[in-house]
Design a protein around this ligand. Structure first.
Ligand code: SF4
Ligand code: SF4
Length: 365
């Protein structure tokens, strides 16, 4: 199978010249990619995550504006940005049509209900509702900010589609796949030893009902709760948490199959790489120094390369919330933080969709 050659722009600057900085390199990458051959006379959708609240680590409008202008210059019939949220929510962080140079739309149209059902047929994920606006475009640009994620380890190109082009109903079905810890309520005496022993605030208590529940996003499967429970009420199913990654891969595959491979482009920003997703409505300091931008035609290659470039030895002390320690496990930095293998979703996608995690890098100067 042919290796994908990914374009890479390093965030590091060789000298203090505008031309050597990341936005200038980004322009050269887009030129190198020969956008004209791809998007001329087409309706182009750019899917991005506009973040939320007072978050400040999503992709800077400076880069988005460059991308929009490049698509226009390449002769696109139209270009618009889509996000799962109401685009007006992006205004406080600078995402406006005036700044970016094109319309911003909800993935689900003005009505909020513009989607197309697609059968999936996997456990609770019987079907996925896919963004009508995205499905209507002729060319799809997956513009992703790379960062960590509690439930699956990381978010990049795959997650920007899997969780980004679907409405809450489908997102909830994917979340229903997650799990791994079960509680036998007949055995539980509500002593709260598990609640007190959890290092990650992954157990919630309800004093009225006298019940505990698990918040799997935060759970790193350390099993402290399993071990401290005097009633043996908690059991852990081995690697059940993998189901969330599988669900995301199934939805991403269903979506991508609606496009010809030549009508897709993936761009990953490895800047402001934070511990958690942009949907938390706030930002934390970077886990590692800024790395740069990757661009390519293969989703598995670009997400694999993104992960490979994030190294544990580059961890910045302020990147983790105070008191948070790395887990004593092998694997990627995100696995040491979140307890979940971030490559899993890519492995699953490679089973369901014709993509290849192998890659070569061509650096843009
Ligand atoms: S396995 Fe660990 S992180 Fe998960 S709920 Fe139990 S104690 Fe908390
Ligand atoms: S430690 Fe066991 S018995 Fe105590 S609250 Fe947790 S599950 Fe229930």
């Amino acid at each position: 199978m042919k290796n994908e050659t990914l374009l890479f722009a390093d965030a590091a600057v060789e000298s203090l010249e505008i031309n050597k900085t990341l936005p200038a390199k980004f322009k050269r990458m887009l030129k190198k990619k020969k956008l004209q051959e791809k998007v001329a006379d087409k309706n182009v959708a750019i899917k991005m995550h506009l973040g939320g609240g007072i978050g400040y680590t999503t992709i800077s409008p400076v880069f988005v504006r460059i991308l929009v202008q490049s698509v226009k210059d390449a002769g696109a019939k139209s270009v618009f940005i889509i996000d799962g949220k109401n685009p007006e929510e992006g205004i406080p962080r600078g995402y406006t049509s005036e700044v970016l140079g094109c319309q911003l739309l909800s993935c689900f149209g003005h009505s909020g209900n513009y989607y197309r059902p697609e059968p999936i047929g996997y456990k609770s994920l019987d079907e996925a509702l896919l963004s009508g606006e995205a499905m209507d475009c002729d060319f799809f640009i997956d513009l992703s900010h790379v960062k960590g994620h509690g439930t699956c380890g990381f978010g990049g190109a795959l997650k920007n589609i899997a969780m980004g082009v679907i409405p809450p109903e489908t997102r909830s079905k994917i979340h229903h796949l997650e799990g791994g810890l079960t509680i036998d309520r007949d055995k539980c005496v509500y002593c709260l030893k598990c609640f007190k022993s959890c290092p990650n605030e992954a157990i919630w208590k309800d004093d009225e009902k006298k019940e505990i529940t698990f918040f799997f996003h935060n759970c790193t499967y350390c099993q402290h709760c399993v071990m401290v429970c005097p009633e043996k009420a908690i059991t852990m199913e081995d690697r059940k948490f993998e189901e969330f990654s599988r669900g995301m891969a199934l939805v991403t595959s269903a979506f991508l199959k609606k496009f010809k491979p030549q009508d897709l482009l993936f761009i990953n920003f490895l800047t402001n790489i934070t511990i958690y997703c942009d949907c938390w409505e706030f930002s934390t300091p970077s886990l590692v120094p800024d790395i740069g931008i990757l661009m390519g035609d293969d989703i598995a290659a670009i997400d694999t390369a993104s992960l490979d470039m994030i190294k544990t030895e580059d961890l910045l002390p302020k990147g983790l919330p105070k008191g948070r320690k790395l887990l004593d496990v092998d694997g990627h930095l995100f696995e040491k933080i979140h307890g979940k293998d971030p490559y899993l979703m890519i492995n699953y996608l490679s089973k369901y969709y014709d993509c290849n995690p192998e890659y070569k890098i061509l650096e843009m100067k």
